[in-house]
Design a protein around this ligand. Sequence first.
Ligand code: ADP
Length: 399
Amino acid sequence: MNVLTLNSGSSSVKYQLIRPDKKEVLCSGQVERIGIDGTRIVHKTNDEKIKKELDISNHKGAIDSILEIMTDEEIGALEGLDEIDAIGHRLVHGGDKFAHSVLIDDDVMETLHECKDFAPLHNPPNIKGVEAAEERLPGKPNVGVFDTAFHSTLPPEAYLYAIPYRYYREESIRKYGFHGTSHYYVASRAAQMLDKDIENMNIITCHLGNGASVAAVKNGKSIDTSMGFTPLEGLVMGTRSGDIDPGVIFYIAEEENMSIEEANQFFNKKCGVLGLSEDTNDMRDLEEKALAGEKQYKITMDVYHYRIKKYISAYLGIMNGVDAIVFTGGVGENSDYTREDSLKNMDNLGIVVDKEKNDGLRGKEAIISADESDVDILVIPTNEELVIAQETARILKEK
Ligand code: ADP
């Protein structure tokens, strides 16, 4: 079975063509800068990478370009579109409506439209991606895999906010959590790598990319996670503040005369390590300058690492100890500095990183805990697309 996975953002569509049973990627790539100047496709096959300028202006145009390059006579992985069996979509926010992946039909589309307000940045482009796929690949099944689904097992004490209960009862305002597909993948993979049964494990997974979240995974189920009703809660991120005294939001909004929408944009787009460093949200730059001793960058990284450590410590407490801690995402997979600094001085809790195993490790699966560490510490590159393709195949089999 060939599954086309689509991750449709506001200005990009990332794709992979996957054989889920063989865990084989036939080709992958992304259309970038949709609706902006310089739209292009970057397409990767097993032996080459091609970049091509595109003259398109929307998601339908992007899907057309993807299908065209996949069936190109010279470099295409497919002879024709009939070789695509199904499309698996990454969908960000399922609200309280979707706790599992779904086969997309008219009712599901209607519900997705209703969930739009929950994730105004992510859900509308996700929906455009589904509509474009339905139009350009008529008759093919489309499956939605939600970022929130893995966290649907959170207990009420973890997902309720201390606001009048009717906001939960009537408006479904609660913690949902995100990056679920990634947390699920790395937790499962950690159990496999350690040759243990995930049903008997406590695992903390740290997905550290531009957006970032931590999850507490007990017996294979997510029981708490740092992102909330929206992706703004929790860790310090590239441009999001993460946890903050809501009083600061009121104060700055009043001081700067911001509307609610402007404040929303500000705390999502201008804060985090970008705001703290007053320079950039690129972790590579921040890390280099912090390690070179530049003060503003050092304090930025200290705040970033301290917040990760605080969440790990909280989840150690709620799970009464853990078997494994996993790092993933662009930063988690690549930054030895972040892994070491977030876990430093935790030896009394049985957490010790092996410096030699950690130093210089980038983008590869590895166990980086020291021999004397009670807790296994792992680095696992995430693979959300594989989970999406596998979920798509599973849903179609059950149909
Ligand atoms: P997104 O959340 O957009 O999917 P990614 O998971 O791709 O993000 O992570 C992007 C982040 O990873 C960027 O901040 C980038 O600087 C960081 N990153 C990539 N490589 C390294 C590296 N070698 N060291 C530190 N950070 C890195």
